[in-house]
Design a protein around this ligand. Structure first.
Ligand code: NAP
Length: 248
């Protein structure tokens, strides 16, 4: 099992879904974790209780990652309360799916603001600290939509493709300072995010997946834990699809 003992991780959007699983798996491997949410406090408190029960230190902080000041405060609060920052996972994300012809400027701006600018905001604050520390792991959550595109997701696919270009550039900028930056690109993972998709469409989507099943939040969390580990020290700028082969 990977050891993340004495590491501190910040996982954005970790009150529910994939982020929650990532936060818990990092804690299970020994990391202390800052849990972040924006709307609902109780699910975040529940994650914190689960992490505490694993014997780890945990913080909970409400911040909208799309807001530069709030994202900066989130990173600084993690460092102030947990003492350092070794692992940053940019997981917070939203969708506003609709065909381009129906997409409003607001739909576009909201998704780009959270899914792409949110990643810039936290990385900007975290790398100032990681550069001084001369170590760090940055793992940004993209999507198969960012690799392949998807009908109804011009905003989301643009943001998630942007995350890939951003991360590769960052990996080049930070490589000689002991900091890695990688992307995990999940396929279809049933969570609240896609709960509205009906069974008929799910069956059609499933038919395109070589492994013939949807992924689980744990499938994604395990990939993140690996990239956060010492065992992944020589991996940077990579995009790891966790999609059952969908995007190959
Ligand atoms: P989810 O179940 O909807 O959970 C989203 C999480 O992000 C919640 O904790 C939410 O907190 C938080 N969040 C939303 N906006 C935020 C903001 N502005 N600032 C801080 N936190 C915010 O979503 P998910 O399915 O787990 O998705 C997680 C990530 O994986 C996203 O980046 C998504 O694009 C990506 N992804 C998901 C899939 C999939 O099939 N599920 C596939 C590919 C990629 P609140 O509850 O407080 O709003």
């Amino acid at each position: 099992m990977v050891s993340l003992t004495r590491k501190v991780a910040l996982v954005t959007g970790s009150s529910r879904g994939i982020g929650r699983a990532i936060a818990v798996e990092l804690a299970r491997c020994g990391a202390d974790v800052m849990v972040n949410y924006v709307h609902e406090a109780e699910p975040a408190a529940e994650v914190a209780r689960e992490i505490e029960s694993l014997g780890r230190r945990v913080g909970v902080f409400q911040a909208d990652v799309g807001d530069f000041e709030q994202a900066t405060t989130l990173v600084n609060t993690t460092i102030d309360t947990l003492g350092q920052l070794d692992i940053l996972v940019n997981n917070a994300g939203i969708i506003r799916d609709t065909l381009l012809m129906r997409m409003s400027e607001t739909d576009w701006d909201m998704v780009l603001r959270v899914d792409l600018k949110g990643t810039f905001n936290t990385c900007k604050a975290a790398t100032r600290f990681m550069l001084r520390q001369r170590s760090g792991r940055i793992i940004n959550i993209s999507s198969v939509s960012g690799l392949m595109g998807q009908v109804g997701q011009t905003n989301y696919a643009a943001a998630k493709a942007g995350v890939i270009g951003f991360t590769k550039s960052l990996a080049r900028e930070l490589g000689n300072r002991g900091i890695t930056a990688n992307v995990v690109a999940p396929g279809f993972i049933p969570t609240d995010l896609n709960a509205a998709i009906d069974e008929e469409l799910r069956a059609r989507l499933r038919a395109f997946i070589p492994l013939a099943r949807f992924g689980t939040v744990k499938d994604v969390a395990h990939a993140v834990v690996f990239l956060a580990s010492e065992e992944a020290a020589y991996i940077t700028g990579c995009v790891l699809p966790v999609d059952g082969g969908l995007s190959m």
